[in-house]
Design a protein around this ligand. Structure first.
Ligand code: GLU
Length: 294
């Protein structure tokens, strides 16, 4: 066993798992086994409005049925908001965050007014047009006193400059391929995200903050996840540099698509693992369906 190597699978219990998750979980698990690494499961449930205990229970059941074995206890992000609040406070003390009181529609309207075509971020949302970036602290205090909800955004240009200074040059990430030694250094481009949300309006974290804090706390050495999470690696590496967190290596795997080439999605109600199980599929058949044969 290689105690230094730690790999995790980190699903969100906001719906049922589909074949894409089966592939990701199996690949992470098999990579851990091949490397003699420890294997952890993390439940990413900071979206308290959409995550539900029954989805979590189904995830644990589906994954053990698939043959995954993980260390206990499972880390559940919703139980660690204080930890994320501390990391948030550190970024704030560096002068890199600001409160943003904008609603989604306010952002879309402001982006439209700036003229077409307004750039999109890698998630397909209009790039944040800078509303509230220069809000006077006294005005921000007033909005807060009035109970106006706010997210915390990172001043990306300033944060990137700070991170480059700390790193002594451009920020990169190390890409690895399961089964092969060595890493390839790859560039990141955090500016394409604009002033990203680091803490949502309802909780003191965003996916980006929670994921980097937890990867560090859980000593994750290798991240295996889908290509849909390649672009967020820009923000993850930036936050790791700013917060002095260790740098895992990353492998972003191919995505499982349907017959029309569309990526599977919970939102679009792609066939769940539960439904496939109920129709009599075996774990080996699931592995074969996603192209993982022994
Ligand atoms: N929780 C994320 C998801 O379900 C994965 C996070 C990660 O692997 O970094 O898409």
């Amino acid at each position: 066993m290689n105690d230094q190597a730690v790999i995790r699978f980190a699903p969100s219990p906001n719906g049922e798992l589909h074949l894409g998750h089966a592939y990701s979980g199996l690949l992470a698990y098999r990579t851990a086994q091949d490397m003699g690494a420890r294997f952890l499961l993390r439940i990413e449930d900071i979206d308290v409005g959409r995550c539900r205990p029954e989805f979590e229970a189904q995830i644990l059941d589906d994954l053990s049925w698939l043959g995954l074995v993980w260390e206990e206890p499972v880390r559940r992000q919703s139980e660690h908001f204080d930890t994320y609040r501390d990391a948030l406070a550190r970024l704030d003390e560096m002068g890199l965050l600001y409160p943003c009181f904008a609603s989604r529609s306010e952002i879309a309207d402001a982006a439209n007014k700036k003229g077409q075509p307004w750039p999109m971020d890698p998630d397909g949302s209009p790039l944040y047009p800078g509303l509230y970036r220069d809000l006077k602290p006294v005005q921000a205090q007033k909005f807060k006193a009035d109970g106006k909800p706010f997210a915390m955004r990172i001043h990306m240009a300033r944060a990137l400059e700070h991170a480059r200074e700390k790193a002594g040059g451009e920020i990169t990430y190390g890409a690895f391929k399961p089964g092969t030694p060595g890493i390839e250094r790859m560039p990141v481009d955090p500016m394409r995200w604009g002033d990203a949300v680091i803490a949502r309006k309802d909780v003191p974290a965003s996916y980006h903050l929670a994921v980097v804090v937890d990867d560090a706390l859980q000593k994750i050495s290798h991240v295996v996840r889908g290509l849909d999470l390649l672009a967020p690696t820009d923000i993850h590496r930036l936050l790791q540099v700013l917060l002095d967190l260790p740098e895992p290596r990353y492998h972003h795997h191919r995505l499982i698509v349907d017959e029309t080439g569309r990526k599977l999605s919970k939102r679009l109600h792609d066939k769940s693992l539960r439904a496939l199980r109920e129709n009599g599929a075996s774990p080996d058949e699931i592995a074969a369906l996603v192209g993982l044969t022994d």
